[in-house]
Structure formats: C-alpha cells, structure tokens
Ligand binder design. Structure first.
Ligand SMILES: C[S@@+](CC[C@H](N)C(=O)[O-])C[C@H]1O[C@@H](n2cnc3c(N)ncnc32)[C@H](O)[C@@H]1O
Length: 368
C-alpha cells in the first residue's frame, strides 16, 4: 500500500470535471476519496505524489490550480487548542524540512472552527523555526508545509498516516491533513492557488487582478517603455496595469474608458471593435493583450489576424471564455487556430479567472 499518493487538489468549482480529466491523464488509476469543499478534492493518485508533480512540471495542467500532498492526518477537537496541538505534534511526524531552503506554512480551514488559517500558520511556523533550521519566507517559499482542516465524512485514513496510528471511528470527523512539498510541485506558491492582491487606490476594475496574476504565474517581463495593444480594454483596468508598468497603450473598445484615463497622454483610445481597428492601418506592438467578451474561437481568429502586428520579441496574453458545455472541443479548436500563428507558452485557469482560462502566447517565427 502506498501512503505517498494522497493529495488535495484545488480547482475552480466549475472545472472539477476538467481537473479530474487532467489528473487521470497523468495518473490513470487515480480516484477521488472525498470532496472536502467546493473545488477542493481529496484524491488518491495511486502513484507517488512526486511522480505526478514531476509530470506536471514538464507539462503543467490548465485546470488543476493547486495540489498538496497528505502525509499525516491529525484528528482535531474543533476548539481553540487545535493550533497549539498541531504545533506540538506535526514537527515530529512530518518529513523533515531541508534546513537550507526557505519554507512557509499554508493552512486552509474548510470547516466551521473557532480559529483561522493565520493561527495555525503562525503557531506551526514558529515551532518549525530553529536557529539552524530553514528560514521562513511567506511570499516565495521553496518548501511548503500544507495543512487543511476539514471534516472527513467517508475516508478512513490508513493507520500509518494517522497521528497516534489509530483510525478514528466512522461518522463525521474533523482532521488536519498535512504534508511537506516543494512549492514548485504544488503548481502555485499560494495556499490552494488562491493568489489574492490588495485593492489599490485608483483601481479601475477587478479584471486588473487577472492581469497581475497572469504576469506573475507566467513569469512575464515587460519591456522598458514598450508599446502595448489592449483589445477589449473598457473600462480600462488592464490599460491601467500596463501604464503602471511603463507601457504606452492603444486601448481598443467600442465602450467608454474610465474617466481617470482620459488625461493620460500614454493612452490612446480607439473607440471601435478589434476587427475594425485591424483594418485601420494599425502600428506594430511589443505586447498584445485581449480580454474581449467573445466566443473563444472568434477571439482566437482575431488574435491570429493580429499576429503580424506583434514584433518577433513580443508576447500576447488573452483570456479564453469557456462555454457551459462541450468545453474540450471548443478549447481544442481555439488552440488549433492560435497555433497557426503562436506558440502557446502557458495556459492556466487562474484564481481570478471565472468561466475562462488565460493563455500566454509567443509569436511563431515563420520561415525558419
Ligand atoms: C471583460 S471586459 C474587459 C475588461 C478590461 N480588461 C478591464 O480590465 O477593464 C470585455 C470588453 O470586451 C469588449 N469587446 C467585446 N467585443 C469586442 C470587440 N469585437 N472588439 C473590441 N472590444 C470588444 C467589451 O466592450 C468589453 O468592454
């Protein structure tokens, strides 16, 4: 029996089917042990977590947003003593952290208990921090101790996973599911892949978070004083993010831009559709972004037509709206249209994506 094959998977709660298909493509015998919450599943991969993680390092999934191994299960009382209890017991039973690599504790509380993730994060991190031990780095840890507090309704953990070695009786049981892994194996540096940004003064739209997250996830670098094209720009959140990164922006949208962008000489509003702008003798660009509300395949056709305006060193980013049903054929067609002109350098359903995914594109070099 393996005990290194159980993990917690997080995805958008509308994409569970797609996420499980990605798990099964990498681990054909995988099965779901329990739904812990909306979009949070306990899964047995039936192969070591490290093997699955290595596969996904090479070809990352689109819909699985975050994974974390479960190596220890600790029954909890559901009272304020739980964080201190976990800080006392987990360090002795979890796999040892590498002393030279930074770490962070990432807790998710998926049950009704009188404490917050922060309480467990701080108690456990201080118990794991010793003079010769690993340094704490909450923002960009190399290793992560993941803890999920959840009610188990069905799953009986193998005795070797349980603290104390005993399996509690049937019925609803509150437990902490914990494991240690490299952040790079978890598919995201953030607990459950939930990358939250603070609201900023002057923020124009919530869509800004989507662009900020994409820049981080795909490791995108902005050119110094580049020229950017923002298709479907209104009300102008993405334009604002690009301006703050020093780009000159052509914002194309039949709709109004937020009044706060009006006086900015670095923003040029073309009040028309992307299709119309293409026929108005447009410039060339270092960056093309597209957040148009449009059928995925139509949007891909627009992007394919715009590829000739992207400098060879440039990049493009687009959101792809997913239909309610038959998502896979629509995605396959969308990817095929784009691949004629672009290399798909990244594809993820981000935390800030709802019924959509985000693609990072590089122009294909034709003729060589
Ligand atoms: C989700 S909003 C974009 C939000 C924007 N990224 C922001 O941060 O404020 C989608 C926009 O796509 C625009 N749109 C839809 N079809 C378009 C087309 N054919 N050409 C240009 N814009 C289009 C809509 O007018 C709408 O403003």
């Amino acid at each position: 029996m393996t005990t290194d094959s159980i993990f917690i998977l997080s995805c958008d709660d509308g994409s569970v089917e797609q996420a499980l298909a990605e798990v099964r493509a990498a681990a054909p015998d995988a099965f779901v042990l329990e739904m812990l919450a909306d979009g949070v599943l306990l899964v047995d991969a039936r192969l070591p977590f490290a093997t699955l993680a290595a596969q996904w390092r090479r070809t990352p999934p689109i819909f699985v947003r975050h994974v974390a191994p479960v190596q220890v299960v600790a029954p909890l009382g559901g009272h304020t003593g739980d964080p201190a209890y976990l800080a006392r017991t987990l360090p002795g039973v979890l796999p040892a952290l590498e002393p030279g690599l930074s770490f962070s504790v990432q807790t998710r509380v998926l049950a009704d208990v009188p404490y917050k993730p922060f309480d467990i994060n701080t108690a456990l991190a201080s118990a794991l921090t010793t003079e010769s031990g690993p340094p704490l780095d909450v923002r960009a840890p190399v290793q992560v101790v993941s803890v999920a507090c959840a009610v188990l309704k069905h799953w009986q953990a193998e005795p070797q996973l349980m603290i104390g070695g005993t399996t509690p009786g049937k019925g609803k049981r509150l437990a902490a599911l914990a494991g240690v892994s490299l952040a790079a194996d978890n598919l995201s540096n953030w607990a459950g892949g939930m990358r939250r940004f603070a609201r900023e003064e002057g923020q124009i739209s919530r869509a800004e978070f989507k662009l900020l997250e994409a820049i981080e996830v795909f490791g995108i670098e902005m050119p110094a004083h580049g020229v950017a094209l923002d298709l479907g720009a209104a009300p102008g959140g993405w334009t604002r993010v690009l301006r703050r990164a020093g780009q000159y922006v052509t914002a194309v949208d039949p709709g109004d831009l937020d009044a706060r962008l009006n006086g900015d000489p670095g923003v040029r509003h073309r009040r028309m559709t992307a299709e119309q702008y293409l026929h108005s003798d447009p410039d060339s660009f270092d960056i093309i972004v597209n957040d148009m509300r449009m059928d995925a395949r139509d949007s891909a056709r627009v992007m394919a037509a715009y590829a000739k305006l992207l400098y060879p060193h440039g990049w493009a980013l687009m959101t792809v709206k997913l239909p309610e049903q038959d998502r896979q054929p629509v995605l396959d067609q969308t990817f095929a249209i784009l691949r004629a002109q672009y290399t798909i350098a990244g594809a993820r359903q981000l935390f800030h994506n709802r019924s959509e995914i985000t693609l990072f594109l590089k122009p294909k070099r034709h003729g060589n």
